[in-house]
Design a protein around this ligand. Structure first.
Ligand SMILES: NC(=O)C1=CN([C@@H]2O[C@H](COP(=O)(O)OP(=O)(O)OC[C@H]3O[C@@H](n4cnc5c(N)ncnc54)[C@H](O)[C@@H]3O)[C@@H](O)[C@H]2O)C=CC1
Ligand SMILES: O=C(O)C(=O)Cc1ccc(O)cc1
Length: 291
């Protein structure tokens, strides 16, 4: 097991507090420090014994730590790294949970001090809820964690961070950051954009009596839009950070939607059936039904 004397979590929300909980339970760190902007949130995390100590002063948060995990929104991670970099001790390992990797690697790698190692990571574990109160000890259990080292990343540091995420309970896999952003743009970011757009389309429609029509829906609308309840700041940051891939994927989605639209317009029953049958096949791969 890969026990650290002290670890710091930057951003004690869903991902950060869940990580603190599992590290506490599995004794992966002797002491857990939380950094955040909101003193009241940190105080509550201390009271709940999620962290040993909370501080809004980044120097105090990281100076004695052997491991720092950045768990704040994607748009804030590089800035937090810049602030903490001069205060990191020699030998400190830094990883993160950001949902987009290439821009973080591009911005952070040039700022990494000598004798400090940054190994980017993305645990594919989460939910549509956010914040300390949504955190659970088993959020990460059995889920995939993508690690995206570069040619400059120290191999021993990669091994230790790999072991850390494994100790947390994750199945670790290495990917190039650019490929990661393409893949998760497709399987995570586009679905969120579609869910937000679908809810905006249907959500504003009213009955003749000016009542919301969503209450009249069957289970399907709820199934397809669960993730439209996700945090707007988090998803704003993800879409802007992964802009190129997200825009390309929206184009692809519009093409697929356009094909269905055209087949309906042209009363192309066979073509329409083909579009839907193809989708059945693709979803079969997703849910493990290849028949
Ligand atoms: N929610 C999810 O399902 C997943 C989220 N992620 C990534 O994890 C990170 C955190 O997401 P969540 O835990 O869901 O969000 P969250 O909103 O629950 O927690 C974020 C925490 O960061 C704090 N924070 C906000 N701005 C900050 C700043 N400038 N400096 C320091 N702390 C700041 C917030 O106060 C909050 O405590 C994001 O980068 C996200 O992309 C990764 C995998 C899954
Ligand atoms: O709630 C869901 O189904 C998710 O998709 C959670 C999620 C959100 C963002 C990530 O980067 C990874 C996982």
């Amino acid at each position: 097991m890969n026990a650290f004397k002290q670890m710091t979590i930057i951003g004690v929300g869903l991902l950060g507090a869940s990580l603190a909980k599992v590290c506490r339970e599995r004794k992966l760190a002797e002491r857990i420090v939380g950094f955040g902007r909101n003193a009241e949130n940190l105080q509550r995390a201390e009271q709940q014994n999620v962290i040993d100590h909370g501080t809004t002063v980044i120097e105090d948060a990281v100076a004695e730590s052997d491991l720092v995990v950045l768990c704040s929104p994607v748009g804030t991670i590089a800035e937090r790294f810049r602030e903490m970099a001069p205060h990191l001790k020699a030998g400190c390992l830094v990883t993160d949970v950001g949902s987009v990797k290439a821009p973080l690697v591009r911005d952070i790698e040039p700022m990494v001090p000598d004798a400090v190692h940054y190994v980017p990571a993305h645990p594919i574990a989460g939910a549509e809820q956010s914040g300390l109160d949504a955190a659970t000890v088993d959020l990460y259990e059995g889920a995939r964690c993508i690690v995206t080292p570069t040619s400059q990343t120290n191999p021993q540091a990669v091994e230790r961070i790999h072991a850390f995420w494994q100790d947390v309970g994750m199945r670790v896999q290495v990917l190039d950051a650019a490929e990661h952003d393409f893949i998760y743009g497709a399987v995570s970011h586009l679905p969120h954009v579609v869910a937000f757009a679908l809810m905006n389309t249907v959500g504003q429609l009213k009955t003749r009596e000016q009542e919301d029509i969503v209450h009249l829906s069957a289970g399907g609308l709820r199934d397809i839009t669960r993730i439209a309840s996700s945090d707007p700041v988090m998803w704003r940051d993800i879409c802007l950070a992964n802009k190129t891939h997200v825009l390309d994927l929206i184009d692809r989605f519009q093409d697929a939607l356009g094909e269905i639209k055209q087949r309906i317009e042209q009363d192309d029953a066979a073509g329409l059936k083909e579009s839907f049958k193809n989708a059945n096949g693709h979803r079969g791969k997703l849910v493990g039904n290849n028949s």
